[in-house]
Ligand binder design. Structure first.
Ligand code: NAP
Length: 310
């Protein structure tokens, strides 16, 4: 594919940005890629592994002359980064982001977007429990969705170019209204993460079950919870603090269903349990049919870690 942008600036050099860089290189989607991370340590690692064509020491240098700037920092850090980069943006540039929550990013970055610069928020629904500059790989976005949540008034040609960029990275692209995005993700990602964190915490609290028993006799269900619960604490703290309403709504529904199942167990209502599990099994089949996971045993992950969606 020919380059869609001349210079792309990636702010934050963790899992998502490093995967984007390798994907941009695979697809020749940009003339050059500049990267910035706040710590000297991450910048040194990036230089060492050849991540980005240029690793800059300041945000100002990184975004200078960039046609596309992508904010790849935790959601809670977006506002400070936007404020710092705003005076250095090229007129006509596009700002985007990869944050897991959209309404909060729009509200916190939006006010700093200069006249003549276009802000097109996006969220690649792809990830792993690993983080940092060495965790990325070009295939991360292949056949996963990237949800784009443009504000009214942004030129259609710029939205289409960003969508082509994500398709070039391997993603399927869809547009969504930001609040709807946050509700959908609360159901499919945010609440499940909180449940996984809780389950692993509960196992840790059950002192009657020793640590070695938890580790040695981990059945697939619990092992999957531990994988999810190993996700980056800063990123997930920010997700819950910024997608508060939708997450609390989903957790309220979850608690009601949990109580109903708890009651069915106590009263020996096997019919209720069977009907419930039959319904959930159909949802799992739907996910496999949509190509968003595999029916292989252990989710095709083998014995090593896996590519979980985040
Ligand atoms: P990550 O691997 O932890 O990397 C985060 C990067 O942001 C690091 O380079 C870090 O710099 C930098 N950073 C952290 N706090 C900062 C601050 N206060 N100011 C400036 N820079 C800061 O994170 P990631 O997984 O790539 O996630 C990045 C974004 O993608 C998040 O908004 C997340 O919600 C979203 N996302 C993540 C996933 C996933 O599965 N991980 C999936 C989809 C979307 P240092 O290394 O110097 O600390």
């Amino acid at each position: 594919m020919s380059a869609l942008y001349g210079r792309v600036a990636l702010i934050g050099l963790g899992l998502i940005a490093s995967s984007m860089f390798w994907g941009i290189r695979r697809g020749t989607l940009a003339g050059e890629v500049a990267g910035y991370a706040r710590s000297a340590e991450t910048r040194a690692t990036a230089r060492q592994i050849g991540l980005c064509d240029e690793v800059c020491d300041t945000i100002a240098e990184t975004v200078k002359d960039a046609d596309l700037v992508v904010l790849c920092v935790p959601v809670g850090a977006m506002e400070a980064v936007a404020k710092e980069m705003a005076p250095h943006l090229k007129p006509g540039a596009v700002i985007s982001d990869v944050g897991s929550v959209k309404r909060d990013v729009i509200d916190s970055v939006g006010p700093y977007v200069p006249e003549g610069v276009h802000f097109i928020p996006a969220h690649p629904v792809a990830g792993t429990e690993h983080s940092g500059p060495t965790s990325g790989f070009a295939e991360l976005f292949d056949n996963r969705w990237c949800l784009v949540t443009p504000a009214p008034g942004v030129p259609e040609a710029e939205i289409a170019r960003l969508e082509a960029f994500w398709r070039g990275l391997g993603s399927n692209v869809d547009r969504m209204e930001p609040d709807h995005h946050d509700l959908v993700l609360a159901v499919t990602s945010h609440a499940p993460h909180l449940i996984a964190y809780t389950m692993v915490g509960v196992a840790d609290d059950l002192r009657r079950v020793t640590d070695s028993e938890v580790i040695n006799y981990s059945a697939a269900g619990f092992r999957d919870f531990t994988r999810i619960a190993a996700s980056d604490p800063t990123m997930w703290r920010d997700v819950f603090l910024t997608n508060k309403e939708a997450t609390l709504e989903v957790l309220g529904r979850f608690t009601e269903e949990l109580f109903a199942l708890q009651r069915a167990i106590r009263t020996g209502d096997g019919e209720h349990l069977h009907a419930y599990f039959t319904r959930t099994r159909a949802i799992r089949r739907g996910i496999i049919e949509a190509g968003q996971d595999t029916s292989e045993p252990n989710f095709g992950r083998g014995s090593g870690g896996g590519k979980g969606e985040v």
